[in-house]
Ligand binder design. Structure first.
Ligand code: CUO
Length: 854
């Protein structure tokens, strides 16, 4: 029987820190579904996989028990035998490069080498069954780091043509320890070890509150952005993107894993993150992010993530504010590294020089070098590879850096808190793609990279109205004046959008190592975490497009948004604002002659995940169980790539923040990419993720038209101050977005207001929901957030004094049992009361700290 099934592959990604033989996997597909138990087919394999006698005994005990349970028919169990591959490679080198218990760092050169080797081993198998057998043997091997295994297997699955249809589960379910603070992980482990209450008891499903706000206090203004930086889906999107577009992608078209316009997409996807972050900062009364300063080398913001790695057992490194970047000599567990700031600076200078002279240096196969023009359509793609990047992609590893300029910045920042390794501290969160976006330093570093890309873009000619590269005006097609607007589903008003807080529940039990044995191994209910996140009601864009060409024609509708006002409340000039425009949607439409009424739903945005919960284990298991054929599974392929739908809009502010919403309609026949198979795979988040193993589905430069300077127009300028009559016509860039669209009839702009609703949760009922705090208390959500009187309605106090907080007391706090009950009504607890010393007001970044008002 085939073993390389989608279901078996995703089971390999469950409970990564325990061997396969320790327990059951799966069971999310519905009542009566089979759970899966993987067992070693023979003793010699077990001996190779498990180097401890106690582990072997545990596995033997579990195997006997599972066989017995299956025979008794109490639980439906699929028994899958694990075999050694016919040719098992020597994994020692991988183990030396990335020891099993170290904290895997995607950007660290040695770890990356280990990643490439392991991924290549998986990719070189002949069919999915062989990949599964090899992956099964590597997964439990004492040589293989489990974080590394997840990266290598996921990246292989999306690369191989015969496995690319297999959807990858959410990384926050695979590795919850990268997304949940240590106290949450500890509480989840406690709850998992308790037997279940009788069927149907609500206690079984009571979620643990995952309070991302916990990472800092409102006394730090940067903490206002916690909901963006700590968002689980933002971080898992970042992980997934880097898995689909790994550093080791081949550069030759046609090779497995080749990614069309990969370097450009690196620029564009990260540019979108930075633009969104700046939009978020401005509406939180914070200045736009400043780029990393190569003169001072200072990281002005600190970061204390409170994350620990299950695999290494270490805390992720933390960093004090005003830490200066310095050479990273060694990383605990990985030996000497010797990464030098001076090299980073040298590579930076070479990149900037290449941009200035318009040529880059390419190393030929025979070791010679040549200068190649860095211009035109492909220039940004090459530059993206140079900036990011690694040996396989960069045109000259020695000249631009074997490690990659961008990657080296990540490692230097991740190691900046203990650069000599004398404190034996683990790497900081900047070392991994699933955690990097939590750190404010990420935005400084990527803002610098974005600046480099923009310097290059400024060397290119502007898009002109009706000539040159990709002219802006599409003759015969117009957006009908005043027809463009946006409207939320719950609002009668046009161009008024709203954001609020919402919660999302995530199954933590698939990823954490609960070591369930005995009865607890049969536990059915998941251990659920509840995250708070920004959200908005769905909205639609409306516009009318007049097609005066007299025939049906294909069009692309491109929608962007940007903050309208700067830090001082002044309206942005287009020269600055163009860098802040972030893509909201890109849609292909067939226009009929005459007037076409268009309505576009925000729920199907080209930048967001199609399903905002991503590919949960449970959802995938249900999909695989119910799939009649492979095509049903194919539909889900790559759907985990994409910006979270719930963060499509910036937060706005309680009084409303103005944004400019821009649309341009371009000629679909010129946007079309030849030989593109759009039917293949999941068409979600095309703008940021493309189509797996296909051409990028847009012929224009990414970010068009705001990736280049605005077009110029003719104005009369005085030539001589002494003679005001002496004037001449001069070309100057258009100054505002309104001026910009005034000459492009196939475009329009409207002003939109985004109001942030202080109401805590989308549904009042949510505020009454019982949750368990990470320190083990059972409370209602309303009590936890201090709004118990009228859930979700009562504004939080706006001032506080040292003599007494106005914040409502938290009634009804009762301890969650810390020990298993001996009978149904004998739950007992020793909880220590609700958390003290912090309160929750995400609106203004205020925090009420033991009576002190910030
Ligand atoms: Cu995505 Cu620096 O590339 O993190």
């Amino acid at each position: 029987m085939a073993k390389g099934t989608p279901m078996n592959f995703i089971h390999l990604l469950e409970k990564m820190s325990e061997p396969l033989g320790f327990g059951l996997r799966g069971g999310g597909g519905g009542n009566g579904d089979a759970l899966t138990y993987f067992y070693y087919k023979d003793q010699s394999m077990m001996n190779q996989m498990l180097n401890s006698e106690s582990m072997r005994r545990t596995v033997q005990m579990m195997q006997r028990r599972m066989t017995q349970v299956k025979e008794e028919g109490k639980i439906n169990i699929d028994m899958v035998a694990m075999e050694m591959p016919k040719e098992m490679p020597n994994l020692r080198l991988i183990s030396e490069l990335c020891p099993k218990s170290s904290n895997f760092c995607y950007f660290q050169p040695k770890h990356r080498q280990a990643f490439v080797i392991l991924k290549t081993i998986f990719e070189s198998q002949r069919n999915p069954d062989e990949v599964f057998t090899m992956a099964g043997a590597c997964r439990d091997s004492p040589m293989i780091n489990s974080q590394l295994f997840v990266y290598a297997l996921c990246s292989c699955l999306v690369t191989r043509r015969d496995t690319k249809h297999i959807p990858i589960p959410n990384h926050f379910e695979v590795m919850p320890d990268c997304y949940c603070t240590t106290d949450v992980v500890r509480q989840a482990t406690k709850m998992a070890s308790m037997p279940e209450m009788p069927n149907g008891s609500p206690e079984n499903k009571m979620p643990i509150l995952v309070d991302q706000n916990f990472v800092g206090r409102g006394t730090d203004p940067e903490h206002r952005l916690w909901y963006f930086r700590e968002d689980i889906l933002v971080n898992s999107h970042h992980f997934h993107w880097h898995i689909v577009f790994p550093i080791c992608s081949p550069k030759v078209e046609g090779q497995p894993g080749y990614r069309d316009r990969r370097g450009e997409l690196f620029y564009y996807m990260h540019h979108g993150m930075i633009a969104r972050y700046d939009a978020e900062r401005l509406c939180n009364n914070l200045p736009r992010a400043r780029m990393f300063d190569f003169n001072s080398l200072m990281l002005e913001e600190g970061y204390f993530g409170k994350l620990s790695s299950e695999n290494s057992g270490m805390q992720w490194g933390t960093r004090q504010a005003f830490t200066k970047l310095t050479n990273v000599q060694t990383i605990v567990g990985d030996g000497p590294l010797g990464i030098r700031v001076e090299e980073l600076t040298r590579w930076r200078d070479r990149i900037l020089e290449s941009i200035d002279i318009g040529y880059y240096i390419k190393q030929e196969g025979n070791g010679t070098e040549k200068r190649v023009k860095l211009t035109g359509f492909n220039g940004i793609d090459v530059l993206g590879d140079i900036v990011e990047s690694a040996e396989s992609l960069t045109p000259h590893p020695q000249y631009y850096g074997r490690i990659g300029f961008h990657n080296m910045g990540h490692v230097l920042i991740a190691g900046s808190h203990d650069p000599s390794g004398k404190h034996r501290e683990g790497l900081g969160v900047m070392g991994d793609v699933s955690t990097a976006m939590r750190d404010p330093a990420f935005y400084r570093w990527h803002k610098y990279l974005d600046h480099i890309f923009d310097l290059y873009k400024q060397t290119l000619p502007e898009y002109e109205l009706d000539k040159g590269d990709f002219p802006l005006v599409w003759k015969g097609v117009e957006v009908v004046p005043q027809s463009f607007y946006v409207k939320a589903e719950d609002s009668p008003d046009k161009n008024m959008l709203r954001t609020f807080w919402n919660t999302k529940e995530v199954d933590l039990s698939r990823g954490l190592d609960f070591r369930r044995t005995g009865m607890a191994a049969m536990k059915k209910s998941p251990v659920v975490g509840m995250f708070t996140h920004l959200d908005h009601p769905r909205f639609d864009y409306y516009l009318k497009i007049a097609n005066k060409t007299g025939k049906p024609t294909a069009a692309t509708i491109r929608i962007f948004m940007a903050p309208r006002e700067d830090e001082n409340g002044d309206k942005f000039g287009l020269d600055e604002q163009r860098k802040l425009f972030f893509e909201m949607d890109k849609v292909s439409k067939q226009l009929q002659p005459g007037e076409n009424e268009i309505r576009i739903s925000s729920a199907e945005s080209s930048v967001t995940l199609r399903d905002d919960n991503g590919s949960t284990f449970e959802k995938l298991e249900r999909l695989f169980r119910n799939a009649k054929n492979q095509q049903d599974v194919v539909e889900e392929g790559q759907c985990n790539c994409g910006w979270p739908q719930h963060l499509l809009l910036p937060r706005g502010s309680p009084g409303g923040t103005p944004y400019d919403l821009f649309v341009i309609v371009t000629d679909g026949s010129q946007d079309k990419v030849p030989n593109l198979d759009r039917k293949n795979g999941c068409n979600s988040a095309l703008s940021f993720c493309g189509i797996l193993n296909e051409k990028y589905p847009d012929a224009r430069p990414m970010g068009y038209p705001f990736d280049r300077n605005p077009y110029k127009r003719e104005v009369m300028q005085p030539l001589d101050i002494a003679d005001p009559c002496a004037a001449a016509s001069m070309q100057v860039p258009v100054g505002s977005i309104e001026d910009y669209v005034s000459n492009i009839k196939n475009s329009a702009v409207v002003q939109v207001s985004i109001r942030h609703d202080r109401m805590m949760m989308k549904k009042e009922a949510d505020m009454g929901q019982q949750v368990i705090t990470p320190d083990g208390n059972c409370v209602t959500l309303g009590d936890y957030y201090g709004t118990s009187q009228r859930p979700g309605r009562q504004p939080l106090p706006t001032q506080n004094t040292n003599t007494g907080s106005q914040r409502p007391q938290r009634p009804n706090v009762r301890p969650w049992p810390q020990s298993p009950p001996s009978g149904r009504n004998q739950w007992q607890g020793v909880g220590g009361g609700a958390r003290k010393g912090r309160d929750y007001d995400p609106d203004e970044g205020w925090e009420y700290l033991n009576g002190d008002h910030y």
